[in-house]
Design a protein around this ligand. Structure first.
Ligand code: ATP
Ligand code: MG
Ligand code: MG
Length: 394
């Protein structure tokens, strides 16, 4: 009756809990929210803040190993846990992913270290922590995106800026916290790679998936052979693995990439950011693969063998944000699940959140089928029923 623990009680924690429970583990969730999706699905729910010494002690005494489900867990809390039980990913790796400045430095370092990553760089950027650095920003980084170094997600904490005046105003609006300014790149597409690395450095991976974002939030993931040129896919996979190796990562890691126009037929890869946990773009693995990203998270932290996952069906994932539950006037309504679930190969996942707000991740719909054409056709029908955006490009 070993217990596995997770810091954070959101939907990622909930899907981790389900995977752990399937293997017979008990689970413990630390999250202050009494209604957290993972807390309500777990055997133990420790309702304290993430840095609460008593809560951390309780979690580490209960658990054979602890993982995290969101990247803003204080690194100090993971360090405190690690004194008493194995923690994967570790505090150092999570700290890197929490800070865009450190993250970019590590991407650049792993590019230099491994020949594999040659040609996979970050977007041109400048660090802005002081008014002097703001003044010194090279003009060729504009137009660009100013991103807070810490705490941003789903496009929050980012401002698109056209010129030097706009940049100065945006930095003032962000209260002059440490930021990076990235050059606005001409995106052809976006993709991500999920790898899992064990305590001994063994590594397995899913094939790269293509992602469509709307207003900075993931809307659609396409996961099937032919979703991107094979040479680009291979390069993204190698880059993700070398990043995981470079930081001695243990657990599930997602690396996001841009494919940009560079005049070549397929475009060039640019590494965007990483998430030290399973990722929204990997939710299709729950229904389209023999081993999901959450299964790998359980295996990695618990020191079980890491099986190389096999994808058995082409898949498309449609994210279900709060808008799906709101009509044009913003009033709550129930989506037509009868019509959606009547479509072949639809797998509905709802996170048990009670309040639907615009932009809030409430669930996702995985669509699988025998071939890519039928998966796309079904996804189009489901998107039409639910009024989902982001599907034009698929
Ligand atoms: P996440 O929820 O994935 O953690 P985030 O808030 O950390 O998101 P980013 O991944 O940095 O944000 O950016 C969100 C989206 O904005 C990207 O997926 C991409 O569509 C767009 N974007 C970000 N940076 C750039 C850039 N330099 N050039 C063009 N588009 C960009
Ligand atoms: Mg991010
Ligand atoms: Mg992102």
């Amino acid at each position: 009756h070993a217990t596995l623990g997770v810091m954070g009680g959101g939907q990622l924690g909930r899907m981790f809990v389900h995977a752990a429970q399937r293997l017979g583990y008990f689970t413990a969730v630390l999250d202050p929210d009494p209604h957290s999706p993972a807390g309500r699905a777990s055997h133990h729910h420790i309702q304290t803040g993430y840095s609460d010494a008593h809560g951390l002690l309780q979690l580490s005494s209960l658990c054979a190993a602890v993982t995290t489900e969101f990247e803003n867990v204080p690194a100090g809390a993971l360090q405190a846990l690690a004194v008493r039980c194995p923690v994967a990913p570790g505090a150092a790796a999570v700290a890197i992913a929490q800070d865009r400045i450190q993250e970019k430095a590590h991407f650049t370092a792993s590019a230099a270290e491994s020949g594999v990553m040659a040609g996979v760089s970050c977007a041109p950027y400048a660090v802005i922590e002081t008014p002097e650095q703001l003044q010194a920003v090279p003009a060729d980084l504009l137009p660009g995106i100013l991103k807070t170094a810490r705490m941003g997600y789903d496009g929050k904490g980012q401002v698109r800026v056209k010129d030097a005046a706009g940049l100065a105003a945006a930095w003032a609006d962000l209260k002059q916290v440490p930021c990076v300014l990235e050059k606005m790149l001409p995106l052809k597409a976006e993709c991500s790679v999920i790898v899992a690395r064990g305590w001994q450095g063994d590594i397995v991976s899913f094939a790269p998936q293509c992602n469509v974002h709307v207003d900075g939030i993931l809307a659609v993931t396409e996961a099937y052979e032919g979703n991107m040129p094979p040479a680009l896919a291979a390069r993204a996979l190698d880059a993700a693995k070398s990043i995981a190796n470079h930081i001695g990562y243990v657990g599930v890691l997602c690396v996001e990439f841009f494919v940009i126009e560079d005049g070549s037929a397929h475009g060039a890869l640019v590494v965007n950011e990483m998430a030290p946990r399973p990722h929204n773009s990997g939710h299709y693995t729950l229904d389209a693969c023999d081993v999901s990203q959450f299964d790998l998270q359980v295996h990695a932290m618990a020191g079980l063998p890491l099986p190389q996952p096999r994808q058995h069906s082409p898949a498309i994932m449609l994210n279900l944000l709060g808008e799906v539950w709101l009509d044009a006037q913003g009033r709550a309504h129930t989506p037509d699940w009868q019509a959606v679930l009547a479509l072949p190969g639809t797998h509905l996942h709802l996170y048990g959140k009670t309040e639907a707000r615009a932009g809030r991740k409430m669930g996702h719909l995985n669509i699988t089928g025998a071939d890519v054409a039928s998966v796309k056709a079904t996804a189009r029908q489901a998107a039409a029923i639910l009024g989902l955006p982001g599907f034009e490009g698929v």
